[in-house]
Design a protein around this ligand. Structure first.
Ligand SMILES: [Zn+2]
Length: 301
């Protein structure tokens, strides 16, 4: 079977979304530009379509976090080549979603050693569904799978830095990891953090709103006022942005929870517009308020 990073029959859930560009579906990849931001200490963030990337470059080679979609691999390699003349030695997947692992096959063929949490390999090895996006995600070929997996944590000693990859309990998926570049003081959160936008939670595959909240709380322990935070989606962030995100998640969760306790149906919960005062800030990029409220409801039910 040909590996397709994502397979969408049709977007029946499209009315729930303001924009699908965060997840990259229906995108004309020829128009996507990969931009780069130097975060200091040999670490860069790359932005294109799909999940944000992290790069550590130095004498030991290139360490890459996530890889967006297969059609973007050539552009991503060109962006990395502007930072380093060395090959990608290690590729970390923060989780299994196709907008973070779509380039695995291309980087794997080039010889990158792919590393991820145990569940990332497990989920990528089998056909998966994400009904919310009406996405059928076919099993990845062996070359695209992580060859080193871990249960809790693994540490890389590269380019003069100590890079800690830490799995957190089920939140966005069941296989989320954060990546902390200790010396550079940069944290890549994967999709446990969407900066300034309502996050998608893969409830169908074990994600939960409560897990997102406790993971956001845990992530706050890893950062200080100077930490540069690469979110899974959205622009570069910092501790204050994480605090605001955590507070938003708690507010929406608590409101939906009390409506459920009052015996409200899903339709009634949506009609109550529990996130109304937050929507100006958080509903601008990706999920609209009803879509996010529905996810929170489904997670709590
Ligand atoms: Zn994701």
């Amino acid at each position: 079977m040909t590996f397709k990073p994502f397979g969408l029959a049709a977007i029946t859930a499209a009315h729930l979304l303001i924009s699908t560009t965060v997840y990259g579906q229906n995108q004309d990849y020829s128009k996507v530009q990969i931009t780069s931001q130097d975060l200091g200490g040999g670490v860069h963030a790359l932005f294109g379509a799909g999940g944000n990337l992290g790069v550590s470059a130095g004498p030991d080679g290139v360490f890459l976090v996530d890889d967006q979609f297969a059609p973007l691999s050539t552009k991503i390699k060109a962006a990395i080549a502007r930072i380093s003349d060395k090959p990608v030695k290690f590729l970390i997947n923060t989780h299994w979603h196709f907008d973070h692992t779509g380039g695995n096959e291309n980087f794997g063929k080039d010889g990158a050693v792919i590393v991820a949490h145990d569940n990332v390999r497990k989920l990528m090895s089998e056909n998966q569904l994400i009904d919310f996006f009406n996405a059928k995600v076919p099993a990845a070929p062996p070359v695209a799978l992580p060859v080193i997996t871990f249960k809790d944590t693994t540490t890389f000693h590269l380019n003069g830095d100590t890079i800690v990859v830490k799995h957190l309990p089920p939140g966005h998926t069941t296989g989320d990891s954060i990546v902390f570049f200790q010396k550079a003081n940069v944290l890549h959160t994967g999709d446990l953090f969407f900066n300034g936008i309502y996050p998608f939670i893969d409830v169908q595959n074990g994600g939960t709103i409560d897990g997102m909240i406790s993971d956001a709380h845990e992530i706050l322990k890893w950062v200080n006022a100077d930490t540069k935070v690469i979110p899974g989606h959205g622009p570069m962030a910092d501790r204050d942005a994480l605090i605001a995100y955590h507070a938003m998640l708690v507010s929406v969760r608590d409101r939906v929870k009390s409506l459920i306790t009052e015996g409200k149906t899903k339709t009634q919960v949506l009609a109550a517009k529990p996130s109304a005062d937050l929507d100006d800030k958080w509903a601008q990029g990706f999920l609209n308020p009803d879509a996010f409220t529905a996810i929170v409801y489904d997670s709590l039910k």
